[in-house]
Design a protein around this ligand. Structure first.
Ligand code: F6R
Length: 261
């Protein structure tokens, strides 16, 4: 696992957007896995700026969703499909025909989960999966003690996650669904490159457990330690509880530039 400490969220966004751009220059039809929430926004802004300036062409890029609320109509402004359309697809000029995501309104939820794993596999797998992290260490919506081998399935959100996400629902926790469909940890680990971005002091404990703690289901993000190409990008505040912070700074500063992340 590589840990890159950046000065702030904007620098993290720029670094990851450049990794995505390099991937798309190499593989124009790459499948990018994207997360929602506040953390990835600087990545999407930086990538959209690159598209605008002509630094990268995304016309053949494909986008895959990480998770979705169960029961919110697809056109609800806070369904993750709507959020991704607004924050990723429209700014990048990518059409819905190049987008894939689970159906959060399916009557047969388990069937929809299995179908989505198959869609991802049939698409050739995710090339780069961008992840945020919950204050409790969740990735996607794999809450603590999710199986590290899990596939896409329905999960129940913890109360803390519903409190954290109430800000997207006028601050009203009662509007936050209890259930979600999320790519499983086993599904996420199949992506070729995992890039986790964490910013702010509120993520410092979760980052320390992810990077320096044991691989344990109680901290789902620690499963990144099992992946051959995982990059954790953190700002100074999110890195503040890392014991090996100086080592991570040293190794990144001395890395050959051509290697990228
Ligand atoms: C959302 C997702 C979640 C978020 C996490 C952090 O698609 O998968 O794991 O990444 O809850 O959310 P923010 O970035 O809003 O702190």
């Amino acid at each position: 696992m590589e840990v890159v400490i950046v000065p702030d969220a904007k620098a993290g966004g720029e670094l990851i957007a450049e990794a995505m751009a390099q991937l798309l220059r190499r593989k124009p039809g790459a499948l990018l896995g994207v997360a929602t929430g506040s953390t990835p926004l600087p990545v999407y802004e930086a990538l959209a700026a690159k598209v605008c300036s002509g630094a990268v062409d995304v016309t053949r890029a494909r986008i895959a969703q990480l998770d979705e609320y169960v029961g919110l109509p697809a056109d609800h402004p806070e369904s993750y499909r709507s959020v991704l359309r607004r924050e990723v697809l429209e700014p990048l000029g990518i059409g819905m025909d190049q987008f894939m995501g689970p159906d959060g309104t399916a009557e047969d939820v388990q069937g929809a989960c299995e179908a989505y794993d198959k869609v991802l596999a049939d698409a050739g797998g995710v090339d780069l999966q961008l992840l945020g992290i919950g204050t409790d260490g969740h990735i996607g919506f794999n809450e603590p003690c999710s199986s590290l081998a899990s596939r896409t399935r329905i999960k129940t959100l913890t109360e803390q996650t519903r409190i954290d996400n109430a800000r997207f629902f006028d601050g009203d926790i009662d509007q936050v669904p209890h259930h979600v469909i999320t790519q499983g940890i086993g599904t996420i680990l199949e992506a070729r490159h995992l890039v986790l971005l964490a910013t702010g002091e509120g993520k410092a404990d979760a980052v320390a457990a992810t990077v320096e703690g044991p691989v344990a289901a109680v901290c789902p993000a620690s499963a990144l330690q099992l992946h051959p190409h995982a990059t954790v990008v953190v700002d100074e505040a999110a890195a503040s509880k890392l014991k090996l912070a100086d080592y991570f700074r040293y190794t990144y500063a001395n890395k050959p530039e051509w290697q990228g992340i």
